[in-house]
Design a protein around this ligand. Sequence first.
Ligand code: SF4
Length: 895
Amino acid sequence: MSSKKTVITTCTRDCPNACGLLATVEDGRLTGLAGNPDHPLTRGVACVKAARYVKRVYNPERVTHPMLRRGGRWVRAGWDEVLDLVAERLKTFASESGTESILYYQGYGERTALKLLNKYFFNLFGGVTTLRGSLCGGTGQASQNLDLGQRISHDPLDHSHSQAMILWARNPVSTNISLTAIARDIRGRGGSVLLIDPVRSKSAVLADHHIAPRPGGDVFLAMAAAKLVLAAGAEDREFLARHAVGVEAYLDILSGFSVDDLCRRAGVSRGEAELLAETLMARKPASILLGWGLHRHEYAHYGIRAIDALAAICGNLGVPGGGVSQGFEEYGPYDQRLWGDDLNPPRRTLLLPVIGREILAATDPPIRMIYVTAANPLCMAPNTAAVAEAFGKAEFVVYSGHTMDDTSDFAHVFLPATTFLEETDVMASYGHNYVGPVNPAIAPVGQCKSEFRMFYELAARFPFADRFRKSEEQWLRELCAPVWEQGGDPDTLTKEAFRLDAPMVPYADKVFPTPSGKFQFLTDFDPSHIPDPDPDYPYRLLTIAPHGYICSERTMADHEPLPVVRLAASEAARRGLEHGRPVMVKSPLGQAMATLRVEEGLRPDVLAADRGGWTKAGHGLNRLTRDLASRVGNGTPYYETAVTVCPVPKDGPAGRRILVVQHSDRAPGGDFVKGLARLGALPITVAPARGDALPASPEGFDALVVLGGPQHAYDDAASPHFPALLDLMRAFDAARRPVAGICLGAQLLARAHGGRTWPMGRLEFGFTALAATAAGKADPVLGAALPLPRLMEFHEDSFDLPPGAVPLVTGQDCPSQCFRVGAASYGFQFHLEVDSVIVSDWIKLFRKGDMDTYAPYREVYGETYFAELGADLPVLVAESQEFCRRVVRTWLALT
Ligand code: SF4
């Protein structure tokens, strides 16, 4: 009998909304994830990323078994084996070099109550090197602490008292969805919403006006608006006289600039500064919400403190519907003594914003082991090259994660982590005042474990086991002691969110927890810290949180061939750059290829892109970003990266036009064609089976790729375009323009050069071990791409090598796997182009019996076979993709 249930839980991803969610589970399988209408704040909303997360839970790229790297390759292992190894390494490094030779790199991917215990484990162990600083909001918090004593934000529901909302670099539509209803409500009541952001984000739909200061120019805009308010005599004199210090010094700073000068420095018109000032004067109270882009500058505290000052001058602090809200303490509701920081003398910390260089510079002792949880530093930390060098030098890297992402490539042990849908926990938010239940909707997928369970089992290998090994429920009772003291109770917190005892309106008594008890104005300001753009690198690279993804939480198959960068139309025209074409983005640190999107209305001094794309997928824009720490709060000033954009140099494969002949929608070009695009080539796909005409000659193309499909290479009656295609393949080769044939394409290539193709009478399906021949090892395309991983097969026909062909790869069941023929033609029987989506589609197609032609083979490949294939798929696909990348590079070099 089938079963269906709904489980109350809370989204634990790196997002301020921490939505209350309802997970739908049918027959033990997660089938839906939607907002919980009973959550008092998030009220049934959930973003597009929630629904998408269901797919992530069951994604074929998700690693669901522990793995060890052996002989350079990943192999599946049991939990006992990997945890024994991790424990042995911890003990060895600690005894040889001290516990500080181990770096615990705890990321921000999930910040639940039980995650506090990860650090407790390492403190019980003796205390290891940890991180300080943040990749995100640390600057804002530290800056507001200077002004307000302690950063405390208005409860989001208090914004419903606002007459105006200023979204200062906050993008609720993409990153804080609960605020969208409140913003609409303000406008519905005749109030006003302003968006201030160098880039017109999706939240422009919420706003009456959009003001786009130059990146880092926010301080000047806030000062200009303050001067206008003061000039109008609209300042809150009582607040300034009785509840603030440093007023005179701040007014002195302002007096050093004219409004016009400030507007010029901010990169806005005087009218825009007046609009901001008038909104604040006419619409009281006004809530100002700070976004995270504002934090990504070296002197971000100037901007944040000037915005706080503007709110103070306008009388918007400590009033309902007012305030400058930056964020909330996501670890605030817990008993932080359970971190165990008092167990050891303070241990070494490394500065996260410059983590690559910090690891490399650590000598006393050097970092020998790195243990990473809830982070993908090889993608998300700035200056990827330095991070890669640092991780590459570590002797042992343990990685707890979901997919074979950039960081996994540097790991020696992969610990497959559960998602929050498989966990028991409690989740607080950095966007509101509620803690919510995290209940397991489904059993852990495969052999995945929660981080808590990993450390629980690891602890059993140490003398402190008894101090760590309590159940989730026991620990949550202890961790949440402050919640119980505020009136929460453990049972209710498994069913509904609990509002913490936090003010709706902070500082309502106008008393601030500063040394003076008053609001403290910014009193030291040097405008030269915010210099004009560098003519050699005139654009600030803004890597912005995308609408559809959280950070790097994606899969290889999710990636477009290249990252998209957005440039103002005027700048593109000035540089002769075309929309949709590859361009080279250069910073002093390096360069990256990207696809250009020309955008009307974008500021001419920015280059905008989504953040979080993987480096191994050709994205990874942190290859370009500078690693430095913000002057206040040890934040990461990603937006201090200045870049330029150029055409892709013509001296390499970039710009080569590659004709791609596709035979089936279910056999797309995958990573082979994406790989071409990642090198700047221009694949042009035709599908003769759908009626596309084949070009009559190679004219206008530099190379030819012929893909696979279910057709038979010997069957011209079913595929009447084959004779013309064979002519074309010969013509390309005669013109010394490279040809690559994959599967059916390889069979056609053999036929084109005089080889016979024939049915094998059986099917070869799945990832197969193959061997390179001596000629293969010496071949300029294949030899440079070795070693050979196991590669995907899906064919029931084979071929005799044509006269003069050189066999490069052989297989046991089907000998003809790869050959070279003619001047520059390569046949690949195996599907080196596959990604996880293509393979999964083929597995589904095969298992469900969607294609009658494969019916006779179904009993050969049973459910056990597919279960094993599924368990190995993340590694098989990742290794195949790496091989494909190498082949594409060497093959394209023939053009
Ligand atoms: S990612 Fe954010 S907005 Fe989306 S469901 Fe999770 S908490 Fe809510």
